[in-house]
Design a binder for this molecule. Sequence first.
Ligand code: NAD
Length: 488
Amino acid sequence: MPEKSVPMIPIVYGSTILPEGGDGLGQSFDPATGKVIAEFARAGERDVDLAVRAARRAFDQGPWSRMRPFERGRILQRIGELILERREDIARKECVDSGKPLRDAYWEVDCSARFFEFYGGASDKLQGRSIPLGPGWTDWTVKEPVGVSLHIIPWNYPFQLIARGVAPALASGCAVIIKPSAETPVTAYEFMKICQDAGLPEGQVNLVNGRGSVAGEMLARHPGVDQITFTGSVATGERVQIAAASHSVPCNMELGGKSPQILLADADLDRALPTILGGAFTHCGQVCNAGTRLLVERRIHDAVVERLHEAIGAMRLGAGIDDPDLGPLISLAHKHDVARFYDIAESEGALLLGAETPSAPELANGAFVRPALVVGADNTARIAREEIFGPVLTVIPFDTADEAVRMANDSPFGLVAGVHTRDIDTALSMAERLRVGQVWVNAFSVGLDVEFPFGGYKQSGFGREKGLEALAAYQQIKNVCIRHAVRD
Ligand code: NAD
């Protein structure tokens, strides 16, 4: 039970705000302390149906889908401005709900604002094309919104992943339903308030909290939904694909990863190692594109392991709000899942460095683990192939650049990869051969990177988020073809 009254996160559709849903109440916990920080309404079948109807009505009757595109763009830009005005409040709430360090929460809010700036600016540039068929014919294409777009969100970047999908969907003229994770429902409601204050028409964005297996599943199967953007695990993504197939709607799948970072002996280690550590341990490794497989040229392997071991030993753990190097994992249940991989690593004959449960009394009730290195594992081992979603970096040596590329590609996933080298030919040749959606060279992140496309090969998913490419998921293309007289 909550110690005192905590905020209540409702279901919101059209002009209705429901404080309790047909599936009762859920609770959200601060993973740093285990305390309840909010309660939320969990949607049942009737709530799901009413939310889809509200979105349907908004889409079918307008005004959004019939507004001039530049007018839509202005409202999206306004959403971006309001996100920045409320930055402090949203970031602090996100920090407590998801456990991430405060600086990551600020990044999350700033990046969310960028999505609305970027797609707000794009909304009046969604042009079709004219297709030459010869005399007597006029033919053109029009991009039309796909309809009601469902966004199923994971718990690691709850606010940013709403913005990432919802901004291009709204720019395209769609109506939206958001289904946040039951672990992190808090900031989605702040997003709803911003949409309302920015003047977004009623029912254009709807919020359905609840359990994935209940509300999520019913939404994904609902015949009133026209398109699904899912971000989450491969296993759930497969269920959602089946649900989408049950009524033949398209979906975008943004799934997991086990992304390689390739470190060549000629790299500038003083630059590369902090980048590698950031790539692996940001938000306690709970990042889809975390670079959790470090492939190191054998002749620097031992020295690199030594330096990384020293660096992770110095990492400061704490509640996200104190902006530590590492916050907690999302929950005690997830801590248990991560710890299972320590046993797997050791049973596979690898050496585990770090990974202790911290002893400090102020961390005792939180889902804290110290970061870990796994050394001596083979690329075929489970510890090198499965997504752990925790602070565990597996280090594997290689002898030649070809072997490094082969190992990098020998994975069920293909989200991103990093290459660290001073040799531009090696970097470009690796970028050509890596089977991933994005290759970083001497970097692993750029910050407020909304401009370029992001998405996976193989089991990391399909479809693209971010950049102008993301708009395609929310549009259908209509072709108009006219036959007319030809006069001299
Ligand atoms: P998850 O798959 O457990 O849940 C994701 C969402 O799906 C939640 O909202 C959940 O309630 C909902 N859900 C669960 N069962 C459902 C069902 N049967 N039908 C419909 N919806 C259902 O994932 P998670 O644990 O919240 O997030 C971690 C995973 O997300 C990791 O695998 C990570 O790699 C992935 N992720 C991917 C990206 C990306 O862009 N590729 C970004 C962030 C996270």
